[in-house]
Design a protein around this ligand. Structure first.
Ligand code: FES
Length: 147
């Protein structure tokens, strides 16, 4: 049911933890399943993501997608991180079962929420970034049309 990559990131998740005095922190939940994700970003003066950590109270697919998402944004610029969508994360994991697609939204939304926090703290605008939601259920109608 799950790809080897999903199983690998689930059993051995990368970048788990917290960053003290992070440049941006984002927390997003899914009220339907009760899962919660928090992402911490450390961003340097050039706008490069030097470090990223995550914590999740969530299912295996949420752990695996968050782990992969943190790997994909690490070392990237803020603008490049905007391209790390839940679709990109799922592709990097060789797919997810359809019922687990919504779990991958937690990682994307938590990254966006952390970027939003960073932008607000630094008084900058990140192109294409929209105000984050607290609960991804608000977005689920959008994905049901895509998948
Ligand atoms: Fe809630 Fe996967 S079941 S995030």
């Amino acid at each position: 049911m799950y790809s080897e990559k999903v199983m690998d990131h689930f059993s051995n998740p990368r970048n788990v933890g917290e960053i003290e005095n992070a440049s941006g922190v984002g927390t997003v939940g899914n009220a339907k399943c009760g899962d919660i994700m928090r992402i911490y970003l450390d961003i340097d003066e050039q706008g490069i993501i030097r470090d990223v950590k995550f914590k999740t109270f969530g299912c295996g697919a949420a752990v695996a997608t968050s782990s992969m998402a943190t790997e994909l944004v690490k070392g990237k610029t803020v603008q490049e991180a905007m391209l790390v969508t839940n679709k990109a994360v799922m592709e990097a994991l060789d797919g997810l079962p359809p019922v687990k697609v919504h779990c991958s939204l937690l990682a994307e939304e938590a990254i966006h929420a952390a970027l939003w926090d960073y932008a607000e703290k630094n008084n900058i605008v990140i192109e294409g970034l929209q105000k984050p939601v607290n609960d991804i259920e608000e977005k689920e109608e959008d994905i049901s049309e895509i998948y």
